[in-house]
Design a protein around this ligand. Structure first.
Ligand SMILES: Nc1ncnc2c1ncn2[C@@H]1O[C@H](COP(=O)(O)OP(=O)(O)OP(=O)(O)O)[C@@H](O)[C@H]1O
Length: 628
């Protein structure tokens, strides 16, 4: 931002903060503004009183008489001081009430906008960077409000002094401005330098923060100690901190230089002003009492100016951060998932994917190429394939999280009526979908919340939470904890407990069951479960399909997919094979058959087991190198 842009942006941003303050608490904002104006008026009044006192004191006559005549002005000065103190206290109390509300409003606006951004847009580095930069300005609104009030206060005081000075003699006003200008220049220059430094170093700072966070995170504790990763991280931290210290030194030097230049010009201007005052007094252009008032006004205004410079400096800096937050909120709104769209058919029976391709933003090649499939309610549809073949990407397309780059996704009703994903009301699409992703979020909250958070706005129903947990085989575990459902499933909190990987996965399963959506999309839902729990989890998925849910199962456990109604084998983003287990096993040289036989061979089996999970043949353990 250039100087002109900054000067233009400041009133706009201050206006935004004030508007937000008005929406949050109009009474508090009105009070703060009135208190500031009141303080300005008292300052002007005080100066007039001082002038009155000096005029009486410099008049001819006995000192006792002069003091007596100055008494009314002295009383006014005392009253004005008390009023100024009361107004300042009132303003402080109201600002304290207003600031957190403004911060909350701006922060909520930003975070709400960010959570509504299309997933594909968040994958674009340029969007990601803008959204990320917006994080740092959410508390700037609060600081800006405080600083705006402070700057307003000082400015009103200075304007009052300027008016009084201009009334006393017109030359006194340009004098005041000449002293102010160099300091204002210095303030803006420093603010811009600080901001651009922060912007350049933002990735570096983030990297340092995440390095330090690893050192204290429980899940990294093992490798930090056993693998000596801690020493390496600490060395990295020291090196990166040293680079940042270098930048701090550069900033401090530049700041000192700017301060020196601004101070020198301001000093020269003060000298000129006092010289001018001298000349006016000696030539009789100004009465001595007015000269005295002018000296007092210039001195208090210079003190105010120093505080103004500091506050404007911070204000500009905060404004630049707040501008980032506003930009991020605007960019997020531009890439938001539409709030409107066509209604889905009353009873969606299937999702039909037609010739869909998808390329992640910035990726060199597509992750899905010409994929066509149908997911029906009442069936289990399995997606299998090698790592990176595109299974997770396809589930995200099915869930409406990613819009295909080419092709269509139809949400189809019982009578064949259908709505394409891009036109559909996405809230309704999401309402039909229950997700259990590979890396499902583990909320640092209570066990009950971790289950019930999967149901959006619906009020929590503990009976259903318990039933979902029962179905996911985690109810007994949770209810055996010291604080049962109120336990926080993260160690380090009061009431905190540590769950194992498999226990977490069961809790995740319970969450998707509690959601009870017609389309379940589950990605490796049993990777951490023991064999018995795994069998039960798969049985549960089949039971859901029998209850007329559609289940899309992504898994590498081919013994489980053997019972699926339809299996799609994905290879390099395309559907290489499809059919049920028997059809796919009948294809000599087929990919599915090859994968299945490779897995079965580990157990010494050639045919799929009847109960879904192969059991080892007597005497056939894992091969020696695999057991390592
Ligand atoms: N956010 C992303 N940005 C760019 N490329 C991605 C992104 N996510 C996945 N990919 C790429 O898309 C391809 C398919 O990934 P996907 O996660 O869908 O595979 P998958 O079949 O689910 O793999 P796995 O079995 O390992 O979970 C991979 O080549 C991967 O590198």
């Amino acid at each position: 931002m250039g100087f002109g842009q900054m000067a233009a942006a400041l009133p706009r941003m201050a206006g935004m903060v004030l508007r937000t303050g008005w929406e949050a608490d109009p009474r508090a904002l009105t009070g703060v503004v009135l208190a500031q104006i009141g303080q300005g008026v008292t300052a002007a009044w005080g100066l007039v009183a001082v002038n009155g006192i000096l005029t009486r004191l410099f008049a001819d006559g006995p000192t006792a008489d002069k003091l007596r005549e100055a008494l009314p002005s002295l009383t006014v000065l005392a009253a004005v001081s008390v009023a100024a103190a009361v107004l300042a206290a009132w303003s402080t109390a109201l600002s304290g009430r207003l600031e957190p509300q403004v911060e909350r409003a701006i922060s909520a606006r930003y975070h709400e906008a960010v959570t509504r951004v299309e997933v594909a847009a968040t994958e674009r580095p340029e969007v990601q960077r803008i959204l990320e930069a917006g994080k740092f300005g959410t508390d700037s609104a609060r600081h800006m409000l405080r600083l705006s009030v402070g700057v307003g206060n000082v400015l009103i005081g200075m304007v009052a002094a300027a008016v009084v000075l201009a009334t006393l003699h017109w030359t006194l006003l340009p004098m005041l401005l000449t002293i102010a200008l160099p300091k204002g220049w210095g303030a803006v220059r420093s603010a811009r330098r600080e901001y651009s430094s922060r912007l350049h170093w933002v990735d570096h700072r983030r990297a340092v923060a995440s390095l330090l966070a690893y050192l204290t995170r429980p899940h990294a504790a093992g490798e930090i100690r056993a693998h000596g990763a801690g020493t390496k991280l600490l060395r990295g931290y020291e090196e990166m901190s040293r680079q940042m210290e270098g930048e701090q030194r550069r900033l401090a030097r530049a700041q000192a230089h700017t301060d020196l230049v601004a101070g020198a010009f301001s000093g020269i201007a003060s000298l000129g002003c006092y010289g001018m005052l001298w000349w006016l007094l000696t030539t009789g252009g100004l009465p001595l009492a007015v000269g005295g008032t002018a000296v007092i006004a210039i001195r208090t205004s210079t003190a105010r100016l120093t505080s103004l410079v500091q506050q404007v400096n911070r204000l500009y800096e905060e404004m630049l951060f707040l501008t980032d937050t506003k930009n991020a909120t605007d960019v997020a709104a531009r890439h938001a998932i539409p709030r409107t769209g066509r209604d889905l058919p009353a009873l969606v029976r299937s999702v039909v994917v037609e010739d869909v391709s998808f390329t992640y933003p910035g990726a060199a090649s597509p992750s899905l190429k010409g994929v066509s499939l149908r997911v029906r309610r009442g069936e289990v549809t399995a997606l299998v394939g090698a790592n990176g073949s595109g299974k997770t990407t396809l589930t995200k397309v099915l869930a409406g999280l990613l819009l295909p780059t080419e092709g269509q996704v139809w949400w189809q009703g019982a009578g064949g009526e259908r709505v394409e994903l891009r036109e559909a009301d996405r809230a309704q699409v999401f309402g039909c979908v229950g997700l259990l992703s590979q890396d499902f979020p583990q909320w640092e909250m209570t066990a009950a919340t971790n289950v019930a958070i999967g149901a959006g706005e619906r009020p929590r129903d503990m009976e259903r939470v318990k039933a979902a947990a029962e179905a996911a085989d985690v109810r007994t575990l949770v209810e055996g904890l010291p604080h049962a459902w109120d336990s926080i499933v993260f160690k380090g909190y009061e009431r905190g407990v540590q769950l194992s990987g498999g226990q977490w996965q069961k809790l995740g399963n319970a969450r998707s069951r509690y959601r009870d959506a017609p389309f379940f999309l589950v990605d490796e839902p049993t990777s951490a479960l023991d064999p018995r729990a795994e069998i039960e989890a798969f049985d549960g998925l089949w039971a859901l399909a029998a209850e007329d849910h559609a289940v899309v199962l992504v898994t590498h456990r081919l013994a489980a997919t053997a019972k699926a109604d339809r299996i799609y084998v994905i290879d390099g983003g395309t559907i290489a094979e499809e059919g049920d287990h028997d059809q796919l096993m009948a294809r000599t040289g087929g990919l599915y058959r090859e994968m299945f036989e490779a897995q079965a061979a580990q157990y010494g089996l050639t045919a799929p087991p009847a109960d879904g999970i192969p059991s080892p043949r007597r005497g056939a353990g894992p091969r020696r190198e695999e057991s390592r």
